[in-house]
Design a binder for this molecule. Sequence first.
Ligand code: FEO
Length: 407
Amino acid sequence: MLKTYPCGHDGEVLVDKLRDNLYVLRVNDKGIRFFEALWEIPEGITYNSYLVTGPEKTMLLDTVKAGFADCFLEALESITDIGSISDLVVHHSEPDHSGAIPRLLERNEKIAVHSHPVARNIIEKTYGVKLNNYRPLRNGLRLELGGDYVLEFIATPWLHWPDTYMSILEPLGVLFSGDVFGAYSVPSQLSDRGVDFEKYAWFMKKYFATVIGSYRDWVVKGTDKLEDYRNLFNTVAPLHGLVLEENVDRAIELYRFWGEKHTIATKATVVYVSMYGGVEKAARRAAELLASKGYRVSVYGFNDSERALVSDVLGDAIDSSLLVVGAPTYEASVVPLMKYIAELLCDKTGAGQRVVILTSYGWGGAAGKRLENILKSCGMSVRYIVEKHGSIDEDELVDAVEALTIE
Ligand code: FEO
C-alpha cells in the first residue's frame, strides 16, 4: 500500500506500511535548496515520521517541517483518527521534525508528549505552545503500547542536538535513529531493499559531514552504545532518507569510520577560489599531478562564472587523506569565501589530513599564513605553502605535490 498526498509545488507526503502496526509518513521536500539555510542540496531531502498502532496506544514518532504540516496531517488522518493518537515521541526537536507539533496539538490537545526536557523547552519557546501533558524521557525508559509492543529509549546526546534520544520498538526490532543514518536526497523507494547502497552512501556522507560532522566524538560514543543493543534491531528508521533493512551493519560501519576520523589513503580533494584564473590553473594542475600518481581526486572550483557546492566539498573532504586548498590574498587576508570554506573544512571534516596551500597575490601575500592558521587549528598537517607573487610555476607545484604525498 502506498498513498501519496501532494503538498503544493514543493513536495508530497508518502504513506506506507513498514510492518504490521508500523507506518512511515515521509515528506519529500523537493523545493528546498539550502538545508539549514546553509547546505546546497539540489537532491532534496525527506522528513520521516512514523506511526505505531499498538494494541492499547497509538504513538506518533516525530513530525515534519512546519510548511508541510497540513498535508502531513491529511496523510496521518488516512491511517488513524488523529483524536485517537495517545502519545507523541520527540526524538530530536530541530524544527525539521518538530515543526508540525503545534498543528497536531490543535487537533488533539490530550496527546502525551515524550521528550528530553531540553526538547520541551525548545518546543515551548520556539512555537509558543504549552505542553500540558508532558513526560520526560530517560535512558532505559520502556513505554508500553499494549501486547508485547514496547518502545525502549537510548540517550544519544549531541546526535545531533543535546536533546537526542533513539528508541527500539519491540517486538519488531526497529531502531528509530533520529538524524543518525539519515541522508539527503529523495529516493524513489522507502527502504534500501535493492538499492545501490554504496551510491546512496554519498548522500549519507554528505549529510553526516554537513550536519553531524562537528559532533564526531559523540558519534563514536553513540555507535559504541548501539553495539550493546545490536541484537535487538534488524531495521533502522531514520528521520531522513531510506529506512535501512539490508545495510544496517554497513551504515554503522560507515558511521564508525567517519566518526573515528579515518580517511582513505588514496583519496584527495582539491578546492580553490580563483578571482582571475591564476589559482585555478595551479589547483587544476596539482589535481592532474595527484591523479598521475594514482590518487582519486575530486576538484571543486569557485570562480567568477561558476561555483561548486560547499556541501559537496565537505562530503568529499571528510574521508580524503590529502587536501589541496587554493585561494588568492584579498585585502591583507585570504579571500573571504575561502576563509568560510577553510573554517568549515576544519570544523566539519578535520581528520588530520595532509594539506598543500596554493596562494597568489598582486602586491602583498597574506592568504598562505591565514589559511595555515585555520587549517592547523584542527590538527591538519600543512606540508607546503605556495605564496606566489603572480603566477604559480610548474616546478613549485611538483615540489608541493611531492611534499603532500610523502606519508
Ligand atoms: Fe533532521 Fe537535526 O534535524
